[in-house]
Design a protein around this ligand. Structure first.
Ligand SMILES: Cc1ncc(COP(=O)(O)O)c(C=O)c1O
Length: 426
């Protein structure tokens, strides 16, 4: 056995040992300074990670270090700091590439977040490939970020928006989807994991069906990237969009993954510095990927922070995170579901990290406010998914969303908190 093979075997063995170690959530919680605080005199219970995740010290340190030791503008300088900042910026891109198993680092476009990524595709791909009479398919489970950009595109072009319906459990009706596919469809855009209900969509099957008709697929992975192992090559999706802040990274940074051949064929949507090869008043030519889509000074510290977040998550292991969070969701479904008057909204067979519910005769906003008095942070509202609320005939739900730094003790606190809500408002 040569040295390289031996080294590879040792790494694999180490990984197997790390991955088989028990999930030490108390140790992990030590990494998150914010979780140590009290809210209204009670230990903070943070169940709002679907809105934004908390940040580990490693990410906070990476951002501090960037400003204390590395700050300069990227791609423009021959000086030491500019080269250092550029290296950090590009290293983070490679980390993201590996994290989602993209074939090339230039398939990773930095954006402001999932919303920005989806808008980029709607504006750029849409401008070139979508015309009057064409169709765009989304699903009834989408966040507004994966509805409105397509709706705007349809208004602009005269294309038609079509919606895959869902059943009462919050699962896509796949037979109906298959029947919606035809030569007019120019894009299928669906979420990987629903933020409102927690449903994990069968995206591999969706991609296969769409590809059998040569239709590209965009996956909104804003909720999935922090909770499920994503392999864009295995999925074979054409675009995958996600946000840094939901996966332990900073706000204002996100990712659009796109297959090279699509990105190459799409026009830039924002013009300015860095996205050009040459500029004259007569004609401007554009830069190569990924810079063609990254006009202006980027969110450098955001990229550095996201790179650190990816290192952090990878060290724990997405498979272990997913397994632990699955346990948490099962436990929460059982204890919260057993409270009289609770109705769980979204009972798909494949679910992750989100528990949406209503309480008989109590508005979700009151649930959220009374839980907050007890130090428990949940979200109440339509979760930027008004069509989902309409489908279930509720104005809003209470939503507890979980991350790998949550515990069963905290779920017990939530159940106790909900009993208090019922006591106070009965
Ligand atoms: C499923 C889904 N898609 C898109 C978004 C938009 O993400 P961002 O606001 O980070 O752009 C969210 C945010 O909650 C989401 O849950």
């Amino acid at each position: 056995m040569n040295k390289a093979m031996q080294a590879a075997l040792e790494v694999e063995e180490q990984e197997m040992q790390t991955n088989s170690a028990p999930f030490d959530v108390d140790r992990i919680r030590e990494d998150f300074p914010i979780l140590k605080q009290q809210v209204h005199g009670r230990p903070l219970v943070y169940f709002d990670s679907a809105a934004t995740s908390q940040k580990p010290q490693a990410v906070i340190d990476a951002i501090n270090r960037y400003y204390a030791e590395q700050n300069a503008n990227v791609h423009r300088g021959v000086h030491y700091l500019s080269q250092l900042a550029t290296r950090e910026y590009e290293d983070a891109r490679v980390k993201i590439q590996r994290f989602i198993n993209a074939a090339e680092s230039h398939e990773i476009i930095y954006t402001r977040g999932a919303t920005d990524s989806i808008n980029l595709v709607a504006l750029s791909y849409g401008r070139k490939f979508v015309h009057e009479g064409d169709e765009i398919i989304i699903s009834a489970l989408e966040h507004h970020s994966n509805i409105v950009p397509w709706q705007m595109l349809c208004e602009l072009t005269g294309a038609r928006l079509r919606v895959i319906p869902i059943n009462d459990a919050g699962e896509l009706l796949m037979d109906e989807f298959a029947e919606m596919l035809n030569t007019r469809v120019k894009m299928v855009a669906v979420s990987h994991l629903s933020n409102a209900l927690g449903t994990i969509n069968p995206i591999k099957r969706i991609i296969e069906l769409a590809h059998s008709r040569d239709i590209p697929v965009l996956i909104d992975g804003a909720q999935a990237a922090p909770h499920l192992k994503v392999d864009v090559r295995e999925l074979d999706c054409d675009f995958y969009a996600f946000s840094g802040h939901k996966m332990c990274g900073p706000t204002g940074i996100g990712v659009l993954y796109g297959k090279s051949h699509w990105l190459e064929s799409m026009p830039p949507v924002i013009g300015g510095g860095d996205m050009i090869a040459s500029v004259s008043f007569e004609k401007t030519t554009y830069n190569v990927l990924p810079y063609k889509f990254e006009a202006g000074t980027p969110h450098i510290e955001g990229c550095v922070g996201l790179g650190a977040a990816i290192d952090y998550l990878s060290e724990i292991g997405l498979d272990r995170i997913a397994a632990y969070e699955h346990e948490l969701l099962d436990y929460a479904t059982e204890v919260v579901g057993a409270i009289p008057g609770v109705k769980i909204i979204g009972t798909a067979r494949e679910k992750s990290s989100v528990l949406s519910f209503t309480l008989d005769n109590i508005h979700p906003h009151d649930v959220g406010t009374i839980l907050d008095d007890q130090g428990i942070a949940i979200r109440a509202g339509h979760h930027c998914a008004q069509p989902v609320m309409k489908r279930f005939n509720v104005p809003a739900t209470a939503r507890a969303s979980f991350a790998f730094y949550n515990t069963k003790r905290e779920i017990d606190a939530l159940a106790e908190g909900l009993q208090n809500v019922i006591e106070v408002l009965k």
